[in-house]
Structures are given as C-alpha cells and as structure tokens.
Design a protein around this ligand. Structure first.
Ligand SMILES: [Mn+2]
Length: 337
C-alpha cells in the first residue's frame, strides 16, 4: 500500500481523465467525485492522504492538481502560498494535461514523492489532447463542436447523468477504468455509452425548442451580436445549454442567458446572468472580455470567454426593470470593448 489513499476529482470529462492518470501512476483505485461548490463549502472531508484534481484547494490534501486561475487567486486571498502545496498548478487547457506532464517526469518524482510511479500507457497521449479541447471549449466553429468525435460522445454521456448519486458515481468509476485501459475510440463504441449519449442528444433537442421560444435581441443591437435567452417566465428551473443558440444564429458574437435564481426549488426575484462568447470570435482577434463586463457592472466575475453575475431584487416589478437595464448595460459595455 502506498501513502496516498484516495482521489477526489471533478465530476466532468477533465476530472475523469485526471483521475485515471493519477490512479495508474500512484496505483490508487478509490475515487470520489465532487463539484467546485462542495469543496468550497467544505461538504467533503479531505485529508493529507488524498489527491485532489480539477477542484479548488481544500483545507488540506496530499497532492493538488489544477489549472483554474481563479482557484489560485482564492489561495492568495486565504494567505496560502502555491509553493507550500504538493502537486502541481499550471494554467494548461486541462487539468489532465497538468497531471499527465507531472507523472511523465517519473525520475524526478521517485525522488521527491518517494512512492513508486506506475507507467502510463501510450493511448493517454490522445486522451489528454481531447481533454484539452473539451475543457477549454477550443472549437473553431459550431460544426466542430457538434461533431460526434469519441471524446464528445463520452463527454455528452457524462453530462446526461441524472439518476441518484450512487448510480452516477458507479457510471463514472466504470468510465475511469475504461479510460485507464482503452483509447477513447473504443470506449465511445460501448453500447452503454452510446445509450447515454443518445439520451443527451434527445435532451438537447428539447432544449433547442425551449431556446427558440425564449430568444431575442435588444433593439439597439442592430447587427444581432448578442443573443439573449430570457428564461424568467418559467416557474420551474429550466436547465439549458446556451451554446445551442449558435445553431440558430451562427454569426452572433455572444450569448447571454438570464433566469431567476431558485431557492430549494422555489423561484425568487433574484436574477442570474450567464454569458459566453460565440464560436466566430475563436478565429479572430478581438478585445471582448466577458469576465471584465461582469466586474465592471459589479455583478459577478469570469474569464474572457465566459462569466456570470447575480442581481438581487426585492419585488417582481424591480426584477423586470433590472433585467432590462442590466441587459442594456451589458450590451453598451460590450460595444465599447
Ligand atoms: Mn478542468
């Protein structure tokens, strides 16, 4: 038995690939899944014998691997120095890339970690390259995003999970075992993965209809640059994939989704805005920065490609008027960039 006991990883494609690599390298088979919030709210206990991937830094852990710039900023706020943390942080397109490069350097590791490092199979090279694209959303156009590559099929299968946590975790753990052993092409052909993928595509079709019925442009937006998806009329929390809006308006430069916040399933008057750049901007020089818009309006944060904000309202009337004024402020800030 080595020193490290278990892996705690993000429950997305990047997190699964990261966990597969750590599992092979350190020979640990116990994996737990988490989202960023459950780490920040300390809902999961993490010890010095755990390896944490693609998640915020917990109170303590054995090894930490990550690539989110925001997580380093919050470390600084907590007065923790990166130098004092074992593992690796790099602003790579995926955490899988950070983990992969770290464990490739086995010679150095044997000395510094004083544990045996297992060999990494050759197929992981391509798996990690796929994680880079998926996690950084590096698609040149909407067609490439929609293409059924093995990585996308698996990514959608992961996103289609909606059963009880025990069932989802079982699915994710089995998938990690496959990622360790087989190239993505083989995994994507698995009938179970296909079935989950198809379920995701069916859900997407319904979401596309919902988006069609909730989409508009501001009057001042004559070039139709900024797609607005307004979901505030829904009594129950709709969950959408806002990038699907670019199927309807492929030339639009950005999309913004506005909806009410829900508290324990009950609709509140508070608003949430979430915005992302369009595919066309991936192929040209520009100065648009979504995170900067959220910060300038003092409603939230993000990075250049995507960001979100929250606006509190005391009544339905205030909610409706703020929705309008914030959307217009976002658009005028956008135009000035
Ligand atoms: Mn990631």
């Amino acid at each position: 038995m080595g020193y490290y006991r278990s892996i705690i990883t993000h429950n997305d494609f990047d997190g699964l690939v990261s966990a597969a690599i750590v599992s092979l390298a350190l020979n640990i088979n116990r994996v737990y899944f988490a989202g960023p919030n459950s780490i920040e709210q300390r809902r999961i206990s993490v010890t010095e014998r755990d390896v944490v991937c693609d998640l915020p830094y917990p109170a303590e852990c054995g090894l930490w691997f990550d690539h989110h710039q925001g997580n380093v900023m919050s470390l600084e706020l907590r007065g923790i120095s990166l130098k004092d943390i074992a593992g690796e942080f790099k602003t790579e397109p995926s955490c899988a890339r950070v983990v992969y490069n770290f464990f490739l350097d086995t010679q150095r590791l044997r000395e510094s970690l004083s544990v045996e490092i297992g060999p990494l199979p050759a197929h992981l090279e391509q798996t990690v390259a796929a994680a880079d694209i998926i996690d950084s959303f590096a698609y040149p156009d909407i067609e490439s995003w929609r293409q059924e590559t093995p990585a996308r099929v698996i990514d959608c299968a992961i996103k289609s999970q909606e059963g009880p946590p025990s069932q989802t975790n079982q699915f994710l753990r089995a998938l990690i075992e496959k990622i360790k052993r087989f190239p993505l092409g083989e995994i994507a052909g698995d009938p179970l993965i296909r079935e989950h993928f198809q379920r995701y595509r069916d859900k997407e079709e319904k979401i596309l209809q919902l988006i069609k019925g909730s989409l508009y442009f501001l009057e001042e937006d004559r070039e139709r640059e900024l797609i607005i998806i307004d979901l505030t009329r829904h009594a129950r929390k709709p969950s959408i994939i806002k990038n699907l809006a670019f199927l309807l308006y492929p030339q639009a430069l950005a999309v913004i989704e506005v909806q009410n916040l829900f508290s324990q399933g009950v609709k509140t008057n508070d608003l949430s805005f979430s915005m992302a750049l369009g595919f066309v901007l991936n192929n040209r020089e520009h100065k648009k920065d979504v995170g900067e818009i959220m910060r300038r309006l003092n409603i939230g944060d993000g990075h250049p490609g995507a960001g979100s904000g929250i606006v509190r309202c005391r009544s339905k009337r205030e909610m409706l008027s703020k929705k309008e004024s914030i959307l217009r402020a976002i658009f005028s800030t956008w135009q000035q960039m």
